[in-house]
Design a protein around this ligand. Structure first.
Ligand SMILES: [Zn+2]
Length: 105
């Protein structure tokens, strides 16, 4: 077993776990119960950790997570320069006025 990620957000670690499982990588979360043991062991040891079960999956798992981190920001919102409306990243044109995200002037 190999530890892949340590992160303070259990939701984030759970999200990564879902991504790995979609890639058929067996993994599990340690320290998903933050309520127990605090005060007895250093806080850092209580952070959620994502582990891959099989060592041979580690490289592939890192590749999956690397692809996530380096993914183009196509889901980021952008603001229409014509009408000022904010748009979801998957829309190339403003849903409000049909304008593209082209700087004015
Ligand atoms: Zn617009």
């Amino acid at each position: 077993m190999k530890r892949l990620v340590t992160h303070e957000s259990l939701a984030y670690v759970g999200h990564l776990k879902n991504l790995l499982e979609q890639s058929a990588i067996t993994c599990f979360i340690r320290n998903d119960q933050l309520s127990g043991g605090l005060g007895e062991i250093p806080f850092l040891d209580c952070l959620p950790e994502l582990w891959v079960t099989r060592d041979e999956d580690l490289a592939r798992a890192e590749a999956v997570l690397g692809a996530v981190k380096n993914a183009p920001a196509e889901c980021e919102e952008w603001r229409c320069t014509l009408c000022g409306e904010s748009n979801e990243g998957q829309f190339a044109l403003c849903w409000q006025c049909g304008g593209a995200d082209i700087p004015v002037g």
